[in-house]
Every structure is written in structure tokens, then in C-alpha cells.
Design a protein around this ligand. Structure first.
Ligand code: ADP
Ligand code: MG
Length: 343
């Protein structure tokens, strides 16, 4: 799911000594049902193993499909005590759900399971089954205090829209504690960064340069952002979907209808200091659509920036990022027309 392509020349030099002072480690691996890349200046094998173990432990806890995971067990009636880490993620998920009026909703497990978009041969579910699944959703039916209780025992939690962002935060904090000051961890469409890439250091720049994929042409990009100490998270309709009778059905649902969100956006990239919020907000803004997303940004509830790509071939940036975003002017839309960049 490489929706964000890392532009990092130095990263190609995996595990090689680059001059007397530093060693650049790069590791590509599969985790949390997606591809991950870690690039870390000065990292040793033990640091890389620590990152992998951290992500594996988070997957084992939060996976909605692994039968041994805590969330799977919880969803299937084994109401184990939710530990501090679960409570941290649930509290963040619930905050975004409340603040976005359910555009982000972590209780869509029954819908996600029914649509089974990541499974083999997905198809549009039967209307009755959809209505039944929809009945057992809704973050307002979750009561959170020191623990969690459900007003509807049929609710299934699903953290697919937030947990990769959380995992990026958790792994990078640990790398920092281990003494790493320049690293980048990409998990699917989420890139968490610390410090500066080697190639940018050479150029005298600070930060990492990430490229935002063009949803109309996945091998190419919409543009670049050089930033650091934050996460860039992308949600879109172009990675996980199926087509039935000419209609595209993607994996981000509208909690009000139970269907894939009907939105005027193809993708949203959110840039935020906290990966957990970058991830949840990118999902929420995609569901909201462009105008509601811009209104949400203007409310200032969260400190974030965003890059939107619309279904009519336009790219828009929020005020705080417009000078940082470098458009790829040749980026193509449908029938070879150029994407239009507006600030
Ligand atoms: P990805 O997981 O591909 O990076 P997102 O972060 O946007 O993309 O999350 C999509 C996942 O979140 C879905 O696969 C599903 O598990 C869950 N999800 C789907 N719709 C919503 C929604 N409206 N709110 C919260 N989570 C959702
Ligand atoms: Mg998300």
C-alpha cells in the first residue's frame, strides 16, 4: 500500500557505511497487512528488531481479523480487560469520532466484516444484511470511563483507521529512546519522521521529503513535502476497493449509510505531529468531502495540515502547508489532462 513514496536517495544505501560517522539502515518488511519501510541513521539490528516487535505486538492486540487478538476476542464476547494501551487508542478514536460527528467511527467492525473488501471476491452485500450490520454500529453506544462498556452487545470495534498511525508513533518514540535521532517509518500510507534524512542533510535542508501519490496514476506523484517530527497519513479510494457493475466500492465507509463514503475526494494527506491523529483525521476528512473538511480545518480543533485531491482533478492545500507543498506540475488527471493545483 505505498500511497506515499519515500524519496530518499540515502536510503538506497542499506546498511552501508557512509563516511566515518554514520551508518544508514534500511529495512523493508510486511506488517499490519501492509508494507513497511524503516530508514534509520545509526540503527543497529537490535533497533530494527525492536521496531518489528513493537509493530507485531500492536497488530496482535488490535487486529480485527486475528482470532487471538485482544480486539477480536473482545468483539466476539470475550470482554478481556482493555489495558492502558487499548484505552489510549480508544480514547483518541472516540475523541475524533465525537469531534467529526462520526465521520471517523471506530465501531464499524460489523460493516467492515460484512463488506470484506480485503477478502477474496468481495461483492456488494445484501441490503438486509447491511441494515442489520449498520444497526450494530455507532460510537455513541460506547461508554468510556476507566474501562469500556457497550450499550449494544453487537457492536464490533475496528481500529483499522487509526492503529497504523498509533504504531508509527509508538515505534518512533522507542527509536528515539534508543538514541536514534534521524529516522523514518512508513507503514502503508502512514509515514512517521524524526530528524533529517541523509540526502537532505547533504543539501543543507532539514526534514524528510515525502511524495504524495497521484491517485489517478499510482506510479507517479502529486507533489512533495519536506517536513519532520510528524506523521503524514494518506487515505484514499484507490488502494483497497473492488468494482461491481462499473461502480467502485472502496474501504472507507460512511457510518450513516453503511456504504463506502460518497465523497468528492480521491485522497487526503494529513500532516500532524501525532501519528494517531494524522491517521484518524485522514480517514475522517476523506469521508467528509472537501468543503466539510475545509470547514473542519478552519474550526481549529486539531493542529494539522492537509493536501486534498478531488474527483475533478484538483489539488488543494490548507493554509499552513501551501508553501511547503511542491507540486509535480506534470501530474496527470483523466485523459492526460493536467491536475490543477490551487492554493
Ligand atoms: P488504510 O487503512 O488503508 O491506511 P484508513 O486509515 O483510511 O486507510 O483506514 C481505513 C480502515 O479503517 C478500513 O479498512 C476500516 O478498517 C476502517 N474504517 C473504514 N471506514 C471507517 C470510518 N468511517 N471511520 C473509521 N474507520 C473506518
Ligand atoms: Mg486512517
Amino acid at each position: 500500500m505505498k500511497r506515499v513514496i519515500l524519496i530518499c536517495l540515502a536510503a538506497i544505501l542499506s546498511f552501508c557505511s557512509c563516511g566515518a560517522n554514520f551508518e544508514y539502515a534500511r529495512e523493508d518488511f510486511f506488517t499490519m497487512s501492509t508494507y513497511a519501510t524503516l530508514v534509520a541513521d545509526g540503527a543497529e539490528k537490535s533497533d530494527i528488531d525492536m521496531v518489528k516487535e513493537t509493530l507485531l505486538a500492536i497488530e496482535k492486540k488490535f487486529s480485527a481479523t486475528n482470532e487471538n487478538s485482544l480486539v477480536y476476542r473482545y468483539n466476539n464476547g470475550k470482554r478481556d480487560i482493555l489495558d492502558d494501551e487499548c484505552m489510549y487508542v480508544i480514547n483518541a478514536a472516540n475523541k475524533v469520532a465525537c469531534d467529526t460527528d462520526g465521520a471517523f467511527d471506530y465501531t464499524l467492525g460489523s460493516l467492515v466484516r460484512l463488506w470484506n473488501i480485503n477478502g477474496e471476491n468481495p461483492s456488494v452485500p445484501d441490503k438486509n444484511a447491511l441494515d442489520e450490520a449498520l444497526l450494530h454500529t455507532g460510537y455513541k453506544k460506547v461508554v468510556i470511563d476507566s474501562g469500556v462498556s457497550l450499550e449494544d452487545e453487537g457492536i464490533m470495534l475496528d481500529f483499522g483507521g487509526i492503529v497504523k498511525g498509533y504504531a508509527g508513533d509508538a515505534a518512533v518514540v522507542r527509536l528515539k529512546k534508543a538514541g536514534i535521532s534521524d529516522c523514518m517509518l512508513s507503514i502503508g500510507g502512514n509515514i512517521t519522521m524524526l530528524g533529517t534524512s541523509q540526502s537532505n542533510k547533504i543539501k543543507g535542508q532539514t526534514g524528510w521529503t515525502v511524495a504524495i501519490t497521484n491517485p489517478y496514476d499510482k506510479q507517479n506523484v502529486l507533489g512533495y513535502i519536506t517536513t519532520t517530527d510528524c506523521t503524514v497519513s494518506v487515505s484514499g479510494d484507490y488502494e483497497r476497493y473492488f468494482v461491481q457493475n462499473g461502480e467502485v466500492y472502496h474501504h472507507i465507509f460512511d457510518s450513516k449509510t453503511g456504504y463506502p463514503a460518497q465523497t468528492d475526494l480521491r485522497s487526503v494527506a494529513v500532516i500532524c505531529d501525532d501519528g494517531i491523529y494524522a491517521d484518524a483525521l485522514s480517514t475522517a476528512l476523506f469521508v467528509m468531502g472537501k468543503d466539510a473538511a475545509l470547514d473542519f480545518y478552519a474550526k481549529g480543533l486539531y493542529d494539522f495540515e492537509a493536501v486534498f485531491c478531488t474527483k475533478d482533478g484538483k489539488v488543494l492545500t490548507t493554509d499552513g502547508i501551501k508553501d511547503l507543498f511542491i507540486p509535480e506540475k506534470t501530474a496527470a488527471y483523466i485523459n492526460g489532462k493536467n491536475i490543477e493545483f490551487t492554493k
